[in-house]
Design a protein around this ligand. Structure first.
Ligand code: T5A
Ligand code: NA
Length: 217
């Protein structure tokens, strides 16, 4: 009898501006995949549960201050501390839905004025997503969703700059073709956004995936 080799899991990243509906859609996607019999797990960055994550949480809630470069490196370290687990989960056939990733890291720090190339470098060689869904929304529309909260970056001017950097990342990712980047209009209803996301997942789910790539390498 032919031996069945288990297909590795998909690595799907959901990115976007604050209030674009990332967490809502990430949770719905995990549920949808599981209903379809696909073993799926939700992960999220920043992962505020680790000791690095606790430092990040305190910074985001403006309970502590840190140099811009120091906090940038902590966000990256917070991804690296999960990198080997990401590889293991994918290899064991688990599909990962990841709420924010390295792209948020670049977007927010570059929006504060740090050089783009410097911002990207600590995340080089992280596990590369098979697909990144960028939830796009105007800062005006995002603000209507209950208004921005109390966290450090939730201000319209900052969000506008972040959106510009995400635009640059998206065009570079699309040009290099190393990892798929799809822009989703997140201004529609939750159900409509979910449907559009699902239409992008199905083709990846039907693909036989090669080894997990390394980001920007
Ligand atoms: N950050 C992050 C960095 O600076 N560097 C990094 O490397 C990383 C990883 C925290 C901050 O950290 C920064 C970026 C952030 O500023 P976070 O913990 O992911 O990041 O942020 P959260 O506050 O948890 O999440 P967001 O504010 O970004 O919200 P989401 O997840 O995009 O949106 P969601 O799903 O929670 O929805 C927001 C509200 O809108 C409603 C929801 O019900 C909810 O009330 N909503 C909709 N309403 C109408 N129509 C729709 N389609 C809707 N979808 C959702
Ligand atoms: Na969120």
């Amino acid at each position: 009898m032919a031996q069945q080799t288990k297909q590795r899991g998909m690595f799907i990243v959901i990115e976007g501006l604050d209030r674009s509906g990332k967490s809502t859609q990430a949770a719905r996607l995990v549920e949808h995949l599981q209903k379809d019999g696909i073993d799926a797990k939700l992960i999220k960055f920043p992962d505020r549960t680790t000791s690095i994550g606790k430092t990040i949480d305190s910074y985001l809630r403006s309970q502590s201050d840190l140099d811009d470069r120091a906090i940038h490196l902590l966000f990256s370290a917070n991804r690296w501390e999960l990198a080997s687990s990401i590889h293991q989960w994918l290899a064991s056939g688990i599909t990962l839905i990841c709420d924010r990733y390295a792209f948020s890291g670049i977007a927010f720090s570059a929006a504060k004025g740090l050089p783009y190339a410097w911002c990207r470098s600590p995340d080089i060689a992280l596990p590369a997503p098979d697909l990144t869904l960028f939830l796009d929304i105007t800062p005006e529309k995002a603000k209507e969703r209950g208004g921005y909260g109390e966290e450090r970056y939730e201000k319209e001017e900052m969000q506008r700059k972040v959106r510009d950097v995400f635009g640059r990342i998206g065009s570079e990712m699309s040009a290099s073709r190393e990892s798929s980047w799809v822009v989703v209009d997140a201004g529609e209803t939750m159900d409509e956004v979910e449907q559009v996301i699902w239409s992008h997942i199905e083709p990846v789910a039907k693909t036989v995936l090669g080894d997990v790539g390394k980001l920007w390498q």
